[in-house]
Design a binder for this molecule. Structure first.
Ligand SMILES: *[C@@H]1O[C@H](CO)[C@@H](O)[C@H](O)[C@H]1NC(C)=O
Ligand SMILES: *[C@@H]1O[C@H](CO)[C@@H](O)[C@H](O)[C@H]1NC(C)=O
Ligand SMILES: *[C@@H]1O[C@H](CO)[C@@H](O)[C@H](O)[C@H]1NC(C)=O
Ligand SMILES: *[C@@H]1O[C@H](CO)[C@@H](O)[C@H](O)[C@H]1NC(C)=O
Ligand SMILES: *[C@@H]1O[C@H](CO)[C@@H](O)[C@H](O)[C@H]1NC(C)=O
Ligand SMILES: *[C@@H]1O[C@H](CO)[C@@H](O)[C@H](O)[C@H]1NC(C)=O
Ligand SMILES: *[C@@H]1O[C@H](CO)[C@@H](O)[C@H](O)[C@H]1NC(C)=O
Ligand SMILES: *[C@@H]1O[C@H](CO)[C@@H](O)[C@H](O)[C@H]1NC(C)=O
Ligand SMILES: *[C@@H]1O[C@H](CO)[C@@H](O)[C@H](O)[C@H]1NC(C)=O
Length: 434
């Protein structure tokens, strides 16, 4: 008697659910649209009427903004401005622009020297996806800028052109080729620079050996820089980020690298660096991200890395490191990124680390040498467990083997039991009807 009702009940339930949802749906949007609409309709009117009278942007600058295709029908000083393009100061009687951001420029846009002449109040100028031709900047503007950013913009820059911004604290160039004979050409007179980020820019030459001690961030990743990492770089006591990845740097990491005591983010990945990881780095307390992958570093993996309390990512893969990994499982599990594969002479101690961690390196023999050739992906992890042949590996193998058959057995059991159920059900019905 019980089985028949469920389908009907289900249908009813579904119906009622859709009805109630249909009933609630229109009411909630009405509520949400009803409450915000009064506010916007009343508020846009008041600012647009008030704004022009309360702030007066320098008319010359308004003209320049128009020439740069930035809408000026609405006061450019009201925040947030359209596309976040403009920020003004609060000086009277005329307000002036302190920040200008040109983005996604149309192809018929031109920068003109005369238009730029009116912009010497700017402190920050940035271009994103703005493929206009760079022009010579008026000296006043070059000197007034403290921040300059160019991302996929201005077609091509030269080191000399950039070097005129002597008051910069932040310089960002990315995905824009920069032609220069060296970083020193750009940095020569930028004594206030704190953030230097020229990446994906085809920058050539070597890293300057005269870097200003104010620097906090250096990102010169993905360029064509050659030569050694200058030892003088280790004098930058305030440096928090150093990213020299994807260049052609060679030689050894400077022995005094540990003098960079403020360092948090370090990437020297994808260069041709050789020698060992300097022991002096144990003096850097705050390292968070360390990426030394894809070099030719040799020597052992230093023990001090295990003592870095704040470490979150460690990538040492594809080098020539050898010896026993000095880490235990609790250290490795604490990290978000841990990569040591591709070091053919590196191995792990089986009584400290389990093969389940899949570290991509072989197990050590009792002399601290790799037992088997380094595993490559899945097939080799099998061969490794075959090789070790311990109980644990056998158990996992057996579990894996059981997985397939157990599904078949389960299906079979369900089939049989449902048939039995059906028979009992039919018998019960037959009894009832009698
Ligand atoms: C403008 O800047 C603010 C804060 O930086 C940001 O939340 C907002 O999304 C930006 N608006 C546009 C249109 O880019
Ligand atoms: C960039 O501008 C073009 C037209 O000028 C427009 O179609 C496109 O959506 C814009 N893209 C962004 C990300 O603003
Ligand atoms: C920028 O640098 C120049 C020359 O080094 C200097 O005369 C000027 O006062 C600096 N500051 C500003 C805001 O222009
Ligand atoms: C990068 O620089 C090399 C020479 O160093 C040049 O051959 C190449 O065309 C440049 N690539 C771009 C995208 O500018
Ligand atoms: C440090 O590097 C990591 C990984 O690349 C990144 O997620 C993080 O934002 C970086 N921190 C800074 C301050 O650049
Ligand atoms: C270094 O730069 C590369 C490429 O620009 C980036 O992918 C990587 O996350 C950066 N690493 C750190 C530690 O900042
Ligand atoms: C490590 O590399 C350096 C520099 O290439 C070399 O002088 C040294 O012999 C190498 N050491 C080992 C143990 O391979
Ligand atoms: C793992 O290594 C760290 C650093 O060497 C140590 O402080 C910690 O006590 C070790 N944990 C275990 C469970 O051995
Ligand atoms: C592996 O670790 C055990 C226990 O800590 C130790 O006795 C043994 O010497 C280590 N083996 C190697 C090759 O380092």
């Amino acid at each position: 008697m019980k089985p028949p009702p469920p389908p009907m009940f289900y249908l009813l339930f579904l119906l009622s659910a859709t009805v109630t949802s249909a009933a609630t749906e229109p009411t909630t949007p009405k509520m949400s649209t009803a409450s915000p609409t009064p506010a916007p309709t009343s508020s846009p009117n008041s600012p647009t009427t008030k704004a022009p009278s309360s702030s007066l942007l320098d008319p010359k600058q308004i003209e320049t903004l128009r020439s740069l295709h930035i809408p000026t029908t609405r006061d450019p000083c009201v925040q947030p401005s359209p596309r976040n393009a403009t920020i003004c100061d609060n000086y009277k009687p005329l307000r002036q622009l302190i920040s200008l951001h040109l983005s996604n420029c149309s192809s018929d846009l031109f920068l003109s020297f005369n238009a730029l002449k009116s912009l010497s109040s700017l402190r920050s100028l940035s271009f994103t996806d703005c493929h206009v031709s760079p022009v010579r900047f008026p000296a006043d503007l070059s000197l007034s800028l403290t921040s300059f950013s160019c991302i996929r913009s201005l077609r091509r820059l030269s080191g000399v052109w950039l070097s005129r911004f002597v008051n910069l604290t932040v310089l960002t160039v990315s995905y824009t080729p920069v032609s220069t004979s060296g970083v020193y050409v750009i940095l020569g007179n930028m004594h206030k620079l704190k953030t230097l980020a020229i990446s994906h820019a085809n920058l050539t030459g070597s890293i300057s050996s005269h870097l200003h001690p104010n620097l906090i961030h250096i990102d010169l990743s993905d360029n064509n820089l050659k030569g050694k990492i200058p030892a003088s770089l280790t004098l930058l006591e305030d440096l928090e980020l150093l990213n020299l990845s994807s260049n052609g740097l060679n030689g050894e990491i400077p022995t005094d690298f540990g003098n960079l005591i403020s360092l948090k983010n370090l990437s020297l990945a994808s260069n041709a660096l050789s020698g060992s990881i300097p022991e002096s780095m144990s003096a850097i307390p705050g390292l968070v991200h360390v990426d030394l992958s894809n070099n030719q570093l040799n020597g052992t993996v230093p023990k001090f890395l295990a003592g870095l309390k704040g470490l979150k990512a460690l990538n040492l893969e594809n080098n020539g490191l050898h010896g026993v990994l000095p880490f235990n499982a609790s250290f490795i599990k604490r990290l978000a990124v841990f990569k040591v594969g591709g070091n053919s002479n590196l191995c792990y101690n089986h009584s400290v680390l389990s093969s389940k961690l899949k570290l991509g390196v072989a197990r050590c023999d009792k002399h601290g040498l790799p037992m088997s050739p380094p595993p490559s992906k899945d097939s080799s992890s099998d061969s490794e467990s075959d090789y070790t042949g311990d109980a644990e590996a056998d158990k996992t193998n057996n579990k894996d083997n059981h997985h397939g058959p157990s599904k078949v057995v389960l299906g079979f059991a369900i089939g049989i039991s449902s048939i039995v159920f059906l028979i009992i059900f039919l018998i019960l019905i037959a009894k009832c009807c009698r």
